[in-house]
Design a protein around this ligand. Structure first.
Ligand code: UD1
Length: 417
């Protein structure tokens, strides 16, 4: 099994080019089931994207990959299967996003239930709630969601009881092919969802957004071919912003839109980090005296749960006791015991972690548990004394494109063995 070896305390500097967003690409790949021909650019070639491609190929889509150009071309064939098997959904929950498009286009779908994952139970009840409102008949049998809408889906009003990224996406995808107008309220409005909406608009749908309300007018005539450029990965950018604040002489984070990172920039500024913002880049340097801060994870435009573990590492270097309350997932502090093994002083009470700083971290052998927890251990390794070994890095490969390459280019000492 591959491991990362990191030699800490090395100052980093240089340019980091941010990849396309994994979490935008996944629903857009699912949305390609609604299209005829699609060309996607700025695609990040990480493990989760390949898993989704495998699923689309199984369903019957022709997929052409041009990795060096960051392009995927997808062509919809006539004979497709309306099935997403367990083996392709169990490793990546986003596989459940094919449910909405298959059901709305082919009037039936059988999709494996994704099951739990390391960070929490992660049910799909809200996805099914929306599809039922649109007229689907759904039953669960042998671990599969079996959905049918013999006469097609019909537009309606749907108010989500809680905000969910995936359920909003599945509902949008289903509403695209529904008869009439669908009004979704209490929606997630993450930038990745706005990218999906832009894609659906290119496919001909009329979609309006007002606050957390999204109105979708169903569409049946689809253009022959569309092109779409995936937005930048704001979580990858946020991760390197933390890295830059911790140990860079000067790092320039490029190929981004700083307006999307407003919340993260505000937090870093409050902590005292030196930041210079340009139109498509941010430059950032290490700050010796970081101030403590209290954060709570929230849906966008709030502070993202996907950056919680990384910011916790930054807090180990701030003066005083910082706090992070995790409000989205129930089990997302699994990096804490590993960080404590490196010398971090962190205590968890209910949903809140209390982080005392500044603490000198010591290199250790640690275990990655999920995607974002893994990268927080890499950040910790970069600022720790001596050597850190991160095990189970397949989690990192699910979502970070060229992590070592990008860090090495900035003179970090990191290698995969
Ligand atoms: C997406 C992101 C993930 C991010 C998360 C929250 C992708 C591929 N993944 O995941 O990186 O951490 O948003 O920003 O884009 N919930 C239910 N019932 C449901 C669906 C969700 O109770 O049917 C709960 C979840 O358990 C969780 C909360 O709602 O507590 C938010 O989850 P959700 O926004 O749906 O996350 P994902 O779409 O799975």
């Amino acid at each position: 099994m591959q491991k990362l070896f990191i030699k800490g305390k090395k100052e980093i500097s240089g340019n980091i080019f941010i990849s396309g967003s994994k979490n935008a690409t996944l629903p857009i790949l699912a949305a390609s089931l609604l299209a005829n021909e699609v060309k996607l650019s700025n695609v990040p070639f990480v493990k989760d994207i390949f898993t989704m491609i495998e699923l689309l190929k199984f369903i019957g889509i022709i997929v052409k990959i041009k990795k060096d150009k960051k392009i995927i071309e997808l062509i919809n064939k006539k004979n497709i299967k309306t099935l997403a098997p367990y083996k392709l959904v169990k490793t990546m929950r986003a596989g459940v996003l094919v449910l909405g498009p298959l059901l709305t286009k082919y009037k039936k779908a059988k999709v494996s239930l994704p099951g739990g994952c390391a960070i929490g139970t992660r049910p799909v009840d809200l996805h099914l709630f929306a599809l039922k409102k649109l007229g689907a008949k759904i039953k669960i049998k042998d671990g599969y969601i079996i959905a049918e809408a013999a006469k097609g889906l019909k537009g309606t009003k749907i108010k989500f009881p809680t905000i969910s990224v995936g359920a909003t996406e599945n509902a949008l995808l289903a509403a695209f092919g529904a008869k009439g107008t669908t009004v979704l309220s209490n929606c997630a409005i993450e930038p990745e969802i706005l990218d999906l909406i832009l894609f659906l608009k290119k496919l001909g749908s009329k979609i309006k957004i007002s606050g957390r309300k999204i109105t979708v007018v169903g569409k049946s005539v689809i253009p022959k071919k569309i092109n779409h450029k995936i937005i930048f990965d704001r979580i990858e950018a946020g991760t390197y912003l933390v890295g830059g604040s911790l140990l860079s002489k000067k790092i320039i984070i490029k190929q981004i839109d700083p307006r999307v990172l407003k919340c993260e920039i505000q937090i870093l500024k409050k902590m005292g980090v030196k930041i210079t913002i340009s139109k498509n880049s941010i430059s950032i340097s290490r700050t010796k005296k970081l101030k403590k801060i209290n954060l709570t994870t929230k849906p966008f435009p709030g502070f993202p749960t996907d950056l919680q573990a990384q910011f916790m590492v930054l807090m180990t270097q701030a003066n005083g006791v910082s706090q992070i309350k995790e409000n989205i997932f129930e089990n997302r502090f699994m990096h804490v015991p590993e960080l404590k093994r490196m010398g971090a002083k962190i205590e968890i009470r209910n949903k809140t972690a209390f982080i005392q700083g500044p603490t000198n971290l010591n290199g250790a052998e640690v275990m990655a548990t999920d995607l974002r927890a893994s990268v927080s251990l890499v950040l910790a390794g970069l600022i720790a004394d001596n050597r850190t070994i991160v095990n189970r890095i397949y989690h990192l490969d699910r979502g970070y494109e060229y992590l070592e390459k990008k860090l090495k280019k900035c003179k970090a000492e990191i290698k995969r063995v």
